[in-house]
Write a protein that binds this ligand. Structure first.
Ligand code: IPM
Ligand code: MG
Length: 357
């Protein structure tokens, strides 16, 4: 197949990890006979430097003209002035919103070799296989904001339609998995959560009676994720709760550098990015973990291009590289880490070995 993919490397370690992601895409194209046309554009801090805005119209137009978008990370100390009018994060939030990508899929699985990389006990980690579906373009991130010298506010608004579409997406995914759906809210305090719970209850009971549905308060959910993470299958939740819970969930896998994500709307076009940030502390040193980005490439192949076999090949190649002990510093034994490029090259080599077999 032919597909056009826009690469938004962004800031910090973004360019280092997306370089490995695109290498893997090219290898998949070669091994499986696809023609992937890769283009680059600026988003985040690098776009502010060049255009004075975090989401230049050129970038948005290029995104709309692509089948899928691979993103590294945005942000860094250079653009961190809290009083600044333009911030790198506006680029990320803007592109999610402009493209209508309301469902953010963040799967969490644990590679047996990396159980020791998590601070949690092995028996707590046994059997963990969960998927967080985070609502991505509503709630407190996008409500009206006000700033006065001694008073500030961020409004959290959800509409029934915004809740229904993301809950349906999560329910569809749960149906293909273990058929358990956990909806996370703060319905004991927030009106927006009471609406979330009422709508979720209605949608799932009416349209997905085959699913087991539970409602869990976000504070309790944070605790259960550490105490009994294997009890979760699909978790669906609003924007900010999903942001916080997925950073917590990354501890299960052993490193933020291992978790991919897919942001999807109603059509096939999606945005794929590791859940980690731009990590300015290690940027430019060639030691960042590229596996989260490479696993995001697998999600891109699956969800935007419909290439399930190729997606599985990439996921298997990453698992094999980890099996072979090809690990960057975040998960390797002290002093043993390989470089970002070595990890990426190993995945490419494994894909090519498979291609010859
Ligand atoms: C994420 C990040 C972003 C978010 C930031 C960088 C705006 O934390 O993708 O989880 O909060 O959505
Ligand atoms: Mg986050």
């Amino acid at each position: 197949m032919r597909a056009s993919i826009l690469v938004l490397a962004g800031d910090g370690i973004g360019p280092e990890v997306t370089a490995e992601g695109t290498r893997v895409l090219r290898a998949v194209g070669m091994v499986f006979g696809h023609d992937f046309i890769l283009r680059d554009a600026l988003l985040g801090g690098c776009a502010i430097d060049q255009y004075g805005t975090a989401l230049p119209p050129e970038t948005l137009a290029a995104a709309r003209g692509s089948d899928a978008i691979l993103l590294g990370a945005v942000g860094g100390p250079k653009w961190d002035d809290p009083s600044a009018e333009v911030r790198p994060e506006q680029g990320l939030l803007g592109i999610r919103r402009e493209l209508g990508l309301y469902a953010n899929l963040r799967p969490v699985t644990i590679h047996p070799r990396l159980v020791g990389a998590s601070p949690l006990r092995p028996e707590v980690l046994a059997g963990v296989d969960l998927l967080v579906v985070r609502e991505l373009i509503g709630g407190i991130y996008f409500g009206e904001k006000k700033r006065e010298p001694e008073r500030a506010s961020d409004l959290c608004v959800y509409t029934g339609d915004e809740i229904r579409r993301v809950v349906r997406r999560a329910a569809e995914l749960a149906r293909k998995r273990r058929k358990k759906l956990t909806s996370v809210d703060k319905a004991n305090v927030l009106e927006s959560s009471r609406l979330w719970r009422r709508i979720t209850e209605h949608v799932v009971r009416q349209e997905y009676p085959d699913l087991q549905l539970e409602h869990v308060l976000v504070d309790a959910c944070a605790m259960y994720l550490a105490r009994r993470p294997s009890s979760f299958d699909v978790i669906v939740t609003e924007n900010m709760f999903g942001d916080i819970l997925t950073d917590e969930a990354s501890v299960l896998a052993g490193s933020m550098g291992l978790l991919p994500s897919a942001s999807l709307g109603d059509g096939p076009r999606g945005l794929y990015e590791p859940i980690h940030g731009s990590a300015p502390d290690i940027a430019g040193r060639g030691i960042a973990n590229p596996y989260a980005t490479i696993l995001s490439v697998a999600m891109l192949l699956r969800h935007s291009l419909g290439l399930e076999k190729e997606a599985l090949a990439v996921e298997t190649a990453v698992a094999t590289a980890i099996d072979r002990g090809v690990l960057t510093a975040d998960v390797a034994a002290p002093g043993q880490g390989v470089s970002t490029a070595q990890a990426g090259q190993m995945v490419v080599d494994i894909l090519k070995e498979r291609g010859k077999a």
